[in-house]
Design a protein around this ligand. Sequence first.
Ligand SMILES: NC(=O)c1ccc[n+]([C@@H]2O[C@H](COP(=O)([O-])OP(=O)(O)OC[C@H]3O[C@@H](n4cnc5c(N)ncnc54)[C@H](O)[C@@H]3O)[C@@H](O)[C@H]2O)c1
Length: 350
Amino acid sequence: MPSSTCVVTGGAGFIGCAMSRGLADRFDGVVAVDNLHPQVHPRQERPAALDPRVELLVADVTDAAAWDALLGRHTPQVIIHLAAETGTGQSLTEASRHGMVNVVGTTRMLDGLVRHGQRPERILLASSRAVYGEGAWTDASGAVHYPGQRSRAMLTAGRWDFPGLTPQPHDSGRVHPAPTSVYAGTKLAQEHLVTAWCLAMGVRPVLYRLQNVYGAGQSPTNPYTGIVTLFARLARSGATIPVYEDGLMQRDFVYVDDVSAALLRGLDVAPAEPDPPYDIGSGSSVTVVELARALAAHFGAPAPRVTGQFRDGDVRHASATIAAAQRALNWTPRVGLPEGIARLAEWLPG
Ligand SMILES: NC(=O)c1ccc[n+]([C@@H]2O[C@H](COP(=O)([O-])OP(=O)(O)OC[C@H]3O[C@@H](n4cnc5c(N)ncnc54)[C@H](O)[C@@H]3O)[C@@H](O)[C@H]2O)c1
C-alpha cells in the first residue's frame, strides 16, 4: 500500500497539537509546517503536546522556497490549513501582516502545489465564525436584517445592540458572511481562495467556521486571542476579571478536542460537492460575564467587573447552529463548559 502523508500548516499551534495524535495514528507521515510564531510560541520550541511522530518543519507559509523544499520531499494526500495570524483587534492595526500570512500564505501554498504538479485529495481549512461579522438579526415581524458593523460612535455611547433586532445564530446555509475586522476579511478570502482553486483542480475543499475554541494547550501568553485562557489566568492569580461592554455578549465556547474531532471527521466525510462551510461550536452559548463568573467561582477569585470598555472589531453576539455539521460529519461536541473549564484549569501552566 502506498504511504500516506498529511501536511498541517500551523500544526504546532493549539488546534494542530490537539489533532496531532489522531493524525499520526491515521497517516504514515504527518508534517507540521509552522514558523513557531513568537506571539504564540515565546520560547520558539517544539510544543510538548505535538505528537512525537509528527515531523515539525519550522517554516513560514509565505515562503515559496519552503513549499518547494517540502513538496519536493512529500506528496500529501491531505493538507489541513491552520496557519494564520489570528488577532482580531490586532488585525485592524497590522492589516498587512494578517493579509500576508492569511491570504498570501494560502496562495503560496496553492502555487507550490501547482509548481510540483500535486493535487491532494482534499484540503481542510480552519476558517472562523468571524466571517459572519455581526451576522443576521430579525425584527419583530421575523424579517431578516444585516445591520452591519457597529460604529465607533455607537460603541462610545454604550449602544451595544441594534435596537428592535434579535441576533440569529450563525448558519452557513442561511447567514451571509459580513466581516467586521481585517482578520475576518482574510479568513473569508481564504475560504474563497481554497474553494475556487480546489474546485478547478479536482481537489475537495472542506471548510470549517469555528466558534470560540478554548481548552488545554491554548497559548497562555498570546494577549490577542483566547478569552477563556486569559480570564482563567486572571482568576487564578486572584485578580478581578474585567468584562467589556455590558458583559452580555453571547459566545459559543467549544472545547478544542471537539474541534479536533470535527476536523478529523472531515478526512472521511463522503463527497458532496461542494460542501457548505461547517459551523463548529458547542451548540449552546453563554454571555461573556457568565463565562467570567464561572471562571472566578472555579478559582475563588472576586466577582468579575463589567467595565463598559470595548474593542474594535469585536462583534456583539456569536453562536451557531451546528445541526448541519453534526449530520454531515457524524460528529457531536462532548465537552460542556464546566468540564472544559476544569480541564483547562488542570492544565494551565504556572
Ligand atoms: N482558536 C480559535 O478560537 C479559532 C477560532 C476560529 C478559527 N480559528 C482558526 O484556526 C486556525 C488555528 O488556530 P489556533 O487556535 O490553533 O491558533 P494558534 O495561534 O495556536 O496556531 C496557529 C499556528 O500557526 C503558526 N503560524 C502563524 N503564522 C505562521 C506562518 N506565517 N507560517 C507558518 N506557521 C504560522 C503559529 O506558530 C501557530 O503555531 C487558525 O487558522 C485560526 O484562524 C481558531
